[in-house]
Design a protein around this ligand. Sequence first.
Ligand SMILES: C[S@@+](CC[C@H](N)C(=O)[O-])C[C@H]1O[C@@H](n2cnc3c(N)ncnc32)[C@H](O)[C@@H]1O
Length: 343
Amino acid sequence: MGVGPSGPTSRSAGGGAAVHRETTAARPVLKWAGGKSQLLETFLHCYPAGLSTGGIRRYMEPFVGSGAVLFDVAARFLLDEYVIVDRNPHLIRTYQVIRDQAPALIERLSAWQELYWSMGSRDREGFYYAIRDRFNAGQDPPLDEAVALIFLNRTCFNGLYRVNRQGRFNVPIGRYDRPLICDAANLLRVQQVFRQVDIRCGTPEDVLDRVDADTFVYCDPPYRPLTTTSSFTAYSEDGFGDEEQVALARFVKACDERGAAVMLSNADPHNIDPADNFFDDLYRGFVITRVPARRSINAQRSRRGPVMELVITNYPVTLPGPAPSTAPQSSSEGSRSRTGARV
Ligand SMILES: C[S@@+](CC[C@H](N)C(=O)[O-])C[C@H]1O[C@@H](n2cnc3c(N)ncnc32)[C@H](O)[C@@H]1O
């Protein structure tokens, strides 16, 4: 069964073909560093054909963040099962609260929205930092924690989740006139989607046993930093360095060996150093497609330009228009996946 908000949605005519998309589809509740909303149109051409032909019945996303791709896949295709995983316990508990207690959550958020909108800037500041302290104390039951996380995400500077080395949420207040703290309609749509989703706190390895030939696994790990000052990896108290990227490649290869279709995205190191072949080497034998992303890698506005994102798959990808660099890599070892990529 598809999990479009108003029942099953129509199937895609083929991976990458134009498909029907519910205009009232569930959208991410949270703004998240590295969120993939901007890339969904491109990703449509990168999804495996099995999503539309029926060969794939389970979707798995082990670094789910805001879930932009999860909601896109859920709105477009008819699948039986969804498994999402993230290491951030606040995020995962918030998703579980949306699934299990959406009406109570909406009631609380809507009261906070009314209150916040009625406040002047000094009162708003007092309220915001009190909620932030309380959230960081970590003693709240899940419903209160979810209300706080959504509130902070909607009212903080730039709407991002960022923690310091001690794991404390440290984003200052943002200046928005009437921030939408309670999007009740979307929360109810998200609840509909989440009713069919196994929502887990953990790491990709925790769900490897659920991966089989009917599974599409999409991995969007913390970015490997493009510059020494880039803070794209600051999602959680413990960083995600090259060692973790290598461990993730082992997970991806294990999924491939189980016959799953796998897609992974990351920042392209060539944006900074054309000689940095870290991912090209790590994923030799996979299909590596470079797609333009709207993200910026330079803090100086004048020097901001388009950057490329890597999309790594174990099946062929064809992008429309003038062909960007799609490079099937060759490899002399490894097994052949069901989609033909040698890994
Ligand atoms: C780039 S973000 C994912 C963004 C997501 N694709 C979106 O559209 O919002 C990476 C996510 O991985 C999570 N994460 C970091 N290390 C992890 C690990 N070892 N296992 C699972 N999740 C992890 C972070 O909490 C973060 O939510």
